[in-house]
Write a protein that binds this ligand. Structure first.
Ligand code: 2RA
Length: 366
């Protein structure tokens, strides 16, 4: 979707960022070997995440031999563009009948609960971006940098985690492997793009002083809303509990203690997270920086002397997870403070899903 001119196009710091940022390949596994039949369906192809899926598939040159864009009845017949060609959006049933090798779903939990099993029964591997299957013990919840190795040809519905969880675990996992995480306290600052197009429109309408439909109960411009998704009986929001439960499942460690506060702010470039993490073992700050610098998909932006730290402005439309403000928590032993930023529509959704597809293709699992 087009938000108008990108902040990256005119911000004076862009040059500094590009200069200081040593781009690291986050691609784990190049897809290949099945180019003769890599028919790919994108379900929810006209939504904010679906559109990003198409962009990421094209940019990463996933070997799509034929695209099958699928969407709800009201979008059927519309056209989407992919690699310079136009494709007509088809129904769910036609999507199944086209027999793609893989279907990347971003169409909401209800649609996924109803349709993902039907695609799977037809032998199509589903990578699902909704929360429908994430905590199902029979389904794998995958962030390729951490646990793609668990995937087999029998996994016909694979869950893509929540955006705020993905960026946190990509940054924490290398540290967990070395020092063993005991407890995580995370507060998020989340982009309106996580809510969808209506929320992006609300923000820009408010900025222009125009009336329009409200995605949130309150104005979002010049505001901070400490609620993402609905409240649960324990006083936490569903987004907060997703972070708690999904982190343990992806990191394959139920003993990690974690508490979260998730907050919506008026930005579009990505989600930011303040993370306080306590380890079993002590760490050396230089070693922490090196572990993160070496970690797949992570870029360290940490130079206080030059005011260099991750920001959504710079993470926007990038695939990596950016980490900075690394410092010891002086109030208790073995504890680190960090600031983690990533584009929620890319690594938090589309890129992670496409990386799963890349892994499956590279292993001949599609
Ligand atoms: C949000 N995490 O940012 C959600 C999107 N899945 O609202």
């Amino acid at each position: 979707m087009d938000y108008g001119p990108s902040t990256m196009d005119y911000h004076p710091c862009t040059k500094v960022n590009e200069y200081q940022l040593t781009k690291k390949k986050s691609l784990l596994h190049k897809a290949g070997g099945q180019e003769d039949n890599m028919k790919v369906a994108v379900v929810g192809a006209t939504g904010l995440v679906g559109t990003k899926m198409l962009q990421v598939l094209e940019e990463r040159n996933f070997p799509v031999t034929e695209l099958v864009p699928v969407a709800s009845e009201r979008s059927v017949g519309k056209e989407v563009e992919f690699k310079g060609a136009k494709y007509k959006v088809v129904t769910m049933a036609d999507g199944i009948a086209a027999k793609p090798a893989v279907a990347i779903f971003s169409a909401g939990g209800g649609t996924s609960l109803e349709w993902a099993p039907k695609f799977a029964e037809a032998g199509i591997t589903v990578i699902d971006n909704s929360s429908a299957w994430r905590m199902d013990p029979t389904k794998k919840l995958v962030v390729p940098e951490l646990n793609a190795d668990a995937l087999t040809a029998e996994d016909k519905i694979i869950a893509n985690p929540n955006c705020s969880t993905i960026q946190m675990v990509v940054a924490l996992n290398p540290l967990h492997l070395k020092y063993t995480i005991k407890r995580i306290v995370v507060s998020t600052y989340q982009s309106v793009t996580g809510t969808g197009k209506k929320a992006v429109d609300q923000l820009f309408n408010e900025r222009r002083g125009e009336e329009g439909p409200m995605a949130y109960k309150y104005p979002i411009d010049l505001n901070v809303i400490p609620q993402i998704d609905v409240f649960l009986d324990n006083g936490y929001t569903k987004e907060e509990m997703k972070m708690v439960k999904e982190t343990k499942k992806i990191m394959r460690d139920e003993s990690i203690r974690i508490t979260a506060t998730t907050v919506r702010i008026p930005v579009i470039g990505g989600h930011s997270e303040s993370v306080n993490v306590e380890f079993e073992n002590d760490f050396d700050l230089d070693e922490v920086k090196q572990l993160l610098a070496d970690a797949p998909g992570v870029i360290v932006q940490d130079n206080p002397a030059e005011a260099l730290y991750p920001m959504p402005l710079w993470a926007h439309d990038k695939d990596e997870v950016f980490v900075g403000r690394l410092r010891r928590d002086e109030s208790q032993p073995n504890t680190l403070n960090m600031w983690i930023v990533s584009d929620n529509l890319r690594k938090g959704a589309a890129t992670n899903a496409v990386q799963i597809a890349e892994y499956l293709a590279s292993k001949g699992l599609l």
